[in-house]
Design a binder for this molecule. Structure first.
Ligand code: SAH
Ligand code: SF4
Length: 399
């Protein structure tokens, strides 16, 4: 018997549901790239010479006006609308529940095909509104301070389910422009962050397609500088993110020595701090973007000393950066405590004195468990076993 070569997949092979959903038998147009939608229209019988124009019209109905019904697409002929309705649907994931926090934060529990659930959070602020979206049900990684990390990965979200979260939040906030006008100035959702459930760079293609749709100038028109993708440090996909998405990057840094980071963000055993920093150094050039956000969760007695702060600024020297300090959001059974405010402020001051912006993230939506790292759908109760956690944490050892 010949030995099977060892292949370490960069992206774990996780099942994604086909776009053609068995329930309706219709192809969902939401989530198809422009090219894919054009091809789908041709396959459905749209003459090739008309395809570009039809694509433009339908695209605008879906992503600019928020229309879900082909019969409302008044610049298309009646027969053509009927043909579309026979073949296609414009479907979003279903909002199962919506909770509104005392501070105005809204958490949506969203059901996707197969009955799984993810969470989407809308955070209104004075001069912007940020939508925090999920990219996976659960997460394959097991960061020890993260509630999502205790939930098994169930599957990757499709591009339609990712961009669909932006659309369903627009529905809820009533933010589609009025038909017949081109007024699109409301922008309750001015920013999107991929900081919900899951590791976006382990679902690269779907995240990229969804963000391309979100950035498309004929539709949702979110600027690439208003989209931030947060990664725990999937190094091989960082240059691709610059190249193929071009959005802003945030990285879950959280520690200043490999020893501590190995324990908090186990992917560090595969790609350590130095390897991560070299990839990050290239990012601004490659993506022609501004600063990288270093996320740093403040855990009492673990990573929050003055020495850590000093080491941090040394490590990131030369990288255009902002350090976002996140007071640990506690969850039932969490093995850590939040650093004291005085400690967080002292840490922030050292970084600030070294010349970096060091905002402390204001915890939002804590009363509805909507804060960073607290997302975990109640229905996916399966917890990872100790063996699974150990196996995943050791994912570096053989690689
Ligand atoms: N998987 C990606 C994005 C989702 S997590 C990532 O890890 O970057 C979004 C941010 O919240 C990350 O910086 C993550 O480390 C942080 N986070 C996770 N759990 C947290 C918690 N309990 N309190 C505060 N921040 C947390
Ligand atoms: Fe996954 Fe991010 Fe949570 Fe780590 S912090 S377990 S990568 S969602």
């Amino acid at each position: 018997m010949t030995a099977t070569p060892r292949i370490t997949p960069v992206t774990p092979d996780v099942m994604t549901v086909p776009r053609k959903l068995p329930e309706s038998g219709l192809v969902n147009l939401v989530g198809l790239t422009r090219d894919a939608m054009r091809q789908a229209l041709i396959d459905a019988g749209t003459p090739e010479r008309q395809a570009k124009m039809r694509l433009g019209q339908i695209w605008q109905w879906i992503y600019h006006w928020g229309v879900r019904d082909f019969s409302a697409m008044t610049n298309l002929g009646k027969d053509y609308r009927a043909l579309l309705a026979e073949r296609f649907e414009i479907a979003l994931p279903e909002v199962v529940s919506r909770q509104i926090s005392a501070d105005g934060t809204r958490k949506y529990l969203v059901r996707i095909a197969g009955g799984h659930e993810v969470e989407t959070v809308y955070i209104p602020e004075e001069n912007r509104g940020t939508l925090c979206i999920s990219s996976q049900v659960g997460c394959t990684l097991t960061c020890s301070f993260c509630h999502t990390g205790t939930q098994k990965l169930v599957r990757n979200l499709t591009a339609g389910e990712i961009v669909g979260q932006i659309m369903l939040a627009r529905d809820d906030l009533g933010e589609w422009p009025e038909a017949g006008t081109r007024n699109d100035e409301t922008r309750l959702i001015s920013n999107v962050v991929l900081m919900g459930m899951g590791e976006p760079l382990y679902n690269f293609d779907n995240v990229r397609d969804a963000m391309k749709i979100a950035m498309d100038g004929e539709g949702l028109t979110l600027s690439r500088r208003r989209i931030t993708l947060s990664t725990s440090g999937v190094v091989p996909e960082i240059a691709r993110t610059a190249d193929e998405i071009g959005c802003l990057l945030a990285v879950s840094f959280h520690a200043t020595t490999d020893e501590v980071r190995d324990g908090l963000v186990p992917i560090n055993k595969k790609w350590n701090i130095e390897t991560l920093l070299s990839a990050l150094r290239e990012y601004p050039k490659l993506s022609n973007s501004e600063r990288i956000t270093f996320e740093y969760v403040m855990l009492k007695g673990v990573n929050d000393s003055d020495e850590d702060a000093r080491r941090l600024v040394k490590l990131i020297r030369g990288i255009p950066a902002k350090i976002n300090l996140i007071p640990f959001n506690e969850w039932p059974g969490a093995p850590y405590e939040r650093s004291s405010w005085a400690r967080i402020e002292a840490f922030a001051e050292i970084i600030y004195q070294a010349g970096y912006a060091s905002p402390i993230r204001k915890p939002r939506g804590e009363d509805i468990m909507a804060a960073c790292g607290q997302l975990k759908s109640a229905t996916e109760r399966a917890r990872k076993s100790r063996a699974e956690i150990a196996a995943e944490a050791g994912l570096a050892s053989g690689a």
